[in-house]
Design a protein around this ligand. Structure first.
Ligand SMILES: [Zn+2]
Length: 343
């Protein structure tokens, strides 16, 4: 990957066009079917790419246009999972969701996103980043009727994720990011086996690897949870020591409008940090100055060459106008800091 300073990127998702899936909600059903759906997803991917390029982002994502949900779409492609007879579980101890059920050995029989990644690769010369769910978050987003052990299941998922990640890398993906919002909730599991499972998922990769941990999308259940966390959100403190020792290259951190003490970044000194300078839980579009202000504060704890300006989390539930505005603000804010640093 070419050396860029303060390379900007989004965490992953962007809103989908209304003709593809009803906007502003999670698990939004597809409006098209068959070949039309395939073509529709690719068209949406093109639009998402164009919006990121117009906003001048440096690292391009797929905007998650080809998946219904960041976790369940990956699971849907595995064998051993029943999607018909769903069960309701509480995700991250926070909100109910209707999820698939593990009924047998899980295995990746076919590639999940590799064709999509090749398609994106052909459309841009910029570095591309691809997000996959992390093993712990996957385990927490379904009902297990087979392994009866979160650890065992995570290990199987890690194996499947590693197969997918290697093929994504071969398809030309520069950064593979694992989304692990559950890391902020189940600290004991992270430290016992969650981090080890994630390391299994990145085994043998030579592209950059990232882990995205966050306080979730801007949905009500998450907003309510955040209110219970007090004036200092120190969750990252429980898991950063383990991440610091791992081979993961990039760590994301929710910074703007959050109560995360920024000095926690000291715990991952030397790693690259995706600094969330865009709040995804509000429709208010940040000004470039606000973005710059967050980045400036982060620079006290992360070296400039390791700072990756980003969003706090995915923007799937936002309106397209708001998301576009936030992309531009991110880019303009990073530019202010580049000028200040004379780079
Ligand atoms: Zn997130």
């Amino acid at each position: 990957m070419k050396k860029l300073l303060l390379p900007t990127s989004i965490v992953g998702s962007l809103p989908k066009p209304a003709w593809l899936a009803p906007p502003e909600k999670l698990w939004s059903p597809w409006k098209l079917e068959g070949d039309q759906l395939l073509e529709g997803k690719q068209d949406a991917l093109r639009i998402s790419l164009q919006e990121q390029q117009l906003a001048d982002l440096d690292i391009i994502c797929d905007g998650e246009q080809t998946r219904q949900h960041f976790v369940t779409t990956f699971i849907e492609h595995l064998s051993g999972v029943d999607f018909e007879n769903r069960k309701t579980v509480k995700i991250r101890n926070r909100y109910d969701a209707s999820v698939p059920v593990v009924v047998g050995e899980v295995a990746r029989q076919k590639a999940v996103f590799v064709e999509d990644a090749k398609f994106l690769r052909k459309q841009t010369n910029k570095p591309i980043k691809w997000a996959l769910p992390g093993p712990l978050t996957m385990v927490d987003t379904l009902y297990d009727d087979h392994y009866k052990s979160r650890e065992k299941l995570a290990w199987e998922f890690a194996k499947a994720l590693n197969e997918e990640a290697r093929e994504l890398q071969d398809a030309g993906v520069d950064i593979i990011q694992f989304d692990e919002p559950a890391f902020n909730v189940f600290f004991d599991e992270v430290n016992d086996w969650g981090m080890a499972a994630l390391e299994r998922a990145i085994e043998g990769l030579h592209c950059q690897t990232a882990v995205h941990i966050c306080y979730g999308y801007g949905i009500q259940a998450n907003t309510d949870w955040k209110k219970t966390l007090g004036s200092e959100w120190r969750q990252y403190e429980e898991i950063f020591p383990k991440i610091q020792k791992s081979k993961i290259d990039v760590v994301s951190l929710e910074c703007h409008n959050s109560n995360v003490p920024l000095n926690l970044m000291e715990l991952v000194r030397g790693k690259k940090v995706m600094v969330g300078a865009i709040d995804v839980a509000t429709n208010t579009i940040e000004t470039p100055e606000e973005v710059a202000d967050t980045l400036r504060k982060a620079l006290e704890f992360v070296d400039a060459e390791n700072l990756y300006p980003s969003t706090n989390c995915g923007m799937a539930p936002l309106s397209r106008d708001v998301a576009r505005g936030k992309l531009s603000a991110l880019s303009a804010g990073a530019e202010i800091i580049r000028k200040e640093l004379g780079i």
